[in-house]
Design a protein around this ligand. Structure first.
Ligand SMILES: O=C(NC/C=C/[C@H]1O[C@@H](Sc2ccncc2)[C@H](O)[C@@H]1O)c1cc([N+](=O)[O-])cc(O)c1O
Ligand SMILES: [Mg+2]
Length: 206
């Protein structure tokens, strides 16, 4: 995938990096990027929220990192957490090829360990937007952890990938029934396939 980006995308042009990855995943080898269809929904939410602080859980190869960072205002900060050092190494190169390294802070480690340190380590008060796309059984515990750590404010937006496939049943049950959130489901398809999937957008009500 990285070779395809370096071969087909223009340095400093995030859209060409996104296009190169989508082409590679459609034509050569499927990969678990959020993809072009759900990516458009992600883009519209990022544009609508126009966040100053963003947390991405699950960098993988940096596809959604590039999509989000390319839409952020100049002073905005995107922190993305990745557990697997090999994925992190690829993602750093993809983000650099897109010319977005100044907007992105890629942190290696587990969300459960880093979420409690966000304030002291990165000077973050609260996140305006959180994109959840990591291990599906971590969406719920990490959301509760963000609440406990005071990282969400009235109006913070959580956007969760894969709520249908592979599915995050405990997270959906919690977020759709909690009086502290207002949720909305954006129906779409699993990246590069015709299988149903979708994004769940939830506003924290405080
Ligand atoms: O499994 C999926 N995603 C899990 C992603 C996990 C990513 O996040 C970290 S884990 C971590 C842990 C803690 N903190 C940070 C990162 C992994 O190293 C990987 O980079 C998935 C699967 C399918 N699918 O069709 O099978 C489709 C998708 O869109 C998916 O996102
Ligand atoms: Mg996903």
């Amino acid at each position: 995938m990285l070779a395809a980006v370096q071969k087909n995308a223009t340095r400093g042009d995030p859209r060409s990096v996104v296009k190169a990855i989508d082409q590679f995943c459609r034509q050569k080898e499927w990969a678990m990027n959020v993809g072009d269809e759900k990516g458009c929904i992600l883009d519209s939410v990022v544009t609508e929220v126009n966040p100053a602080t963003v947390l991405e859980l699950g960098t993988y190869c940096g596809y959604s990192t590039v999509r989000i960072a390319s839409l952020l205002p100049s002073n905005a900060k995107l922190i993305t957490l990745e557990f697997n050092p090999d994925y992190a190494a690829i993602a750093r190169q993809v983000i650099a090829w897109a010319g977005l390294e100044d907007k992105v802070q890629l942190v290696e480690g587990a969300s459960g360990d880093w979420i409690p340190k966000m304030k002291e380590k990165f000077g973050i008060e609260t996140f305006d937007l959180v994109f959840l796309d990591h291990w599906k059984d971590r969406y719920l515990p990490d959301t509760k952890l963000m609440e406990e750590c005071g990282l969400l404010r009235k109006g913070s937006i959580l956007l969760a990938d894969n709520v249908i496939c592979p599915g995050t049943p405990d997270y959906l049950e919690y977020i759709r029934n909690s009086p502290r959130y207002k949720s909305q489901y954006f129906k779409s398809h699993l990246e590069y396939t015709k299988v149903e999937d979708g994004l769940e957008k939830s506003v924290f009500l405080g």
